[in-house]
Design a protein around this ligand. Structure first.
Ligand code: FES
Length: 106
């Protein structure tokens, strides 16, 4: 595996469980989701049309698009509900000290 480049998102205390945070890494829109099962990062643009997923809702591990309501599993990016049919790309997350970090998938 290639060496990953880690980017700071925020302090762990700044992203409560059930919340999301959007950021741009190397011109790529990413959303970080804090769920009961852990931290997950995905592309922040819906695979169906153009909508920012962080403007939707996070319900458990289900991320729901604000525009037409497609839903995705934040753990894998898999589509859980129409009208999207293409998964969201997922990225790497880790906690370094008190800081949440993300590395883009290849
Ligand atoms: S843009 Fe997300 S479901 Fe259509």
């Amino acid at each position: 595996m290639n060496d990953l480049t880690w980017h700071r998102v925020c302090n762990l205390t700044e992203l409560a469980e059930g919340k999301m945070r959007a950021l741009v890494i190397d011109s790529r829109d990413v959303v970080v989701c804090h769920t009961r099962e852990g931290l997950y990062a995905l592309d922040n643009i819906c695979s169906h049309a153009y909508a920012k997923m962080d403007e939707g809702r996070l319900r458990g591990i289900r991320l729901i698009c604000p525009l037409h309501g497609a839903s995705f599993d934040v753990r894998t990016g898999a589509v859980l509900g129409a009208p999207a049919s293409t998964p969201l790309i997922t990225h790497h997350t880790r906690i370094s000290g008190e800081t949440i970090e993300v590395a883009l998938a290849d």
